[in-house]
Design a protein around this ligand. Structure first.
Ligand SMILES: NC(=O)c1ccc[n+]([C@@H]2O[C@H](COP(=O)([O-])OP(=O)(O)OC[C@H]3O[C@@H](n4cnc5c(N)ncnc54)[C@H](OP(=O)(O)O)[C@@H]3O)[C@@H](O)[C@H]2O)c1
Length: 313
């Protein structure tokens, strides 16, 4: 009797634990895995210069901390100075070296001087992790008069990283070595959904730029990995209620996947189901688009917005 009473008293907590366990299991099933040991990461990055954009929060900060613990010199780029300093402190405490550069990647005048300063002080970077990003979820109906949404996403997700690569790549190619990592999204590999026009168009643009550039840079010994991430629980995904019940990785788990890209240098890391999904969606494009349009019509266009500036603490 007492056991039953105890079980009933703990039922809500047990339900929460069970839900979390289901969510963890689902995330494990649908995402790529890290599969990299601390020793392998150390062998790949100790004493090397690794530049991580968007290193103030989320995936970038978690990646920088792992690289620091493996003995890398981590160059950290983002806008928020105090958060960059926080990541730098964590990198140093973990045994690495950290150099924060507060910069707005979408500012056309800011990127080239920073890149020149980085090359002056550290030489050609060994690994560039293009991670900084901005997501906006808003219907086109709600976007009239909001052209800035498109300028901001294209600025951070496309033009900024293009400028950075144009500035850093020549020194890497001249030296004949280096590795480029692009943190892309699974959204560029499946059909574009309603409300994601600004974000998915900007991420798709850089995905194409990156892969085309990779084909050229390979001839000079510079390798490249595109990492197609599914849901990661960071401040980027936090405001979007539709993600609440989907399986997501923690920033640290996703950082493990970025480390795998740095160690193994594959052309692509993607969830196992994405290749099949691409084939199915392209064969069934017309019916799929009709289903999605019907679902959008029935949802009455309810919009939530993700803007990392607006939700900044
Ligand atoms: N979260 C997901 O579910 C998910 C899924 C697929 C792909 N991704 C991709 O993963 C990457 C990391 O996102 P996250 O989830 O870690 O998001 P996050 O926590 O919001 O971090 C985004 C990072 O980008 C930086 N950033 C934004 N605008 C910038 C600008 N104008 N100049 C310089 N840095 C800027 C932010 O720093 P400041 O604000 O300090 O500048 C922050 O460090 C992004 O490329 C995103 O597209 C995320």
């Amino acid at each position: 009797m007492a056991g039953l009473a105890r079980a009933l008293a703990h039922a809500p907590r047990n339900r929460t634990v069970a839900r979390l366990a289901r969510s963890r299991a689902a995330a494990w099933l649908v995402n790529p895995h890290a599969d990299v040991t601390a020793a392998e990461l150390r062998a790949a990055v100790a004493g090397k210069t690794v530049l991580v954009t968007g290193a103030s929060y989320g995936l970038g900060a978690a990646t920088a901390r792992r690289l620091g613990a493996a003995g890398a010199t981590v160059v950290l780029l983002a806008r928020t100075e105090h958060a960059l300093e926080e990541t730098a402190r964590a990198v140093r405490e973990a045994g690495g070296f950290a150099h924060p550069y507060p910069v707005d990647l979408s500012d056309p005048a800011a990127v080239e001087p920073v890149a020149a300063d980085i090359i002056d002080r550290h030489g050609p970077v060994d690994v560039l992790v293009n991670n900084a990003g901005k997501s906006i979820r808003r219907s086109i109906a709600d976007s009239t008069g909001r052209f800035g949404d498109f300028e901001r996403t294209i600025g951070v997700n496309y033009l900024g990283p293009v400028r950075l690569m144009l500035a850093l790549l020549p020194a890497m190619r001249e030296r004949g070595s280096g590795h480029l990592v692009n943190i892309s999204t699974i959204g560029v590999r499946i059909p574009p959904g309603p409300r994601w026009a600004a974000y998915q168009a900007s991420k798709s643009a850089f995905d194409v730029f990156f892969r085309s550039t990779a084909a050229e840079a390979a001839a000079d010994g510079v390798t490249a990995s595109s990492v197609y991430m599914a849901l990661i629980r960071t401040r980027m995904s936090a405001p979007t209620a539709i993600f609440d019940n989907l399986p997501g990785l923690s920033a640290d788990e996703a950082a493990g996947i970025v480390c795998r890209a740095i160690v193994s240098r594959p052309a692509k890391i993607s969830p196992w189901w994405a290749d099949a999904a691409e084939v199915v969606f392209s064969a069934a494009r017309h019916p799929w688009e009709r289903i999605v349009a019907g679902m959008y019509r029935d949802s009455h266009g309810a919009t939530t917005t993700q803007d990392t500036r607006e939700i900044r603490p």
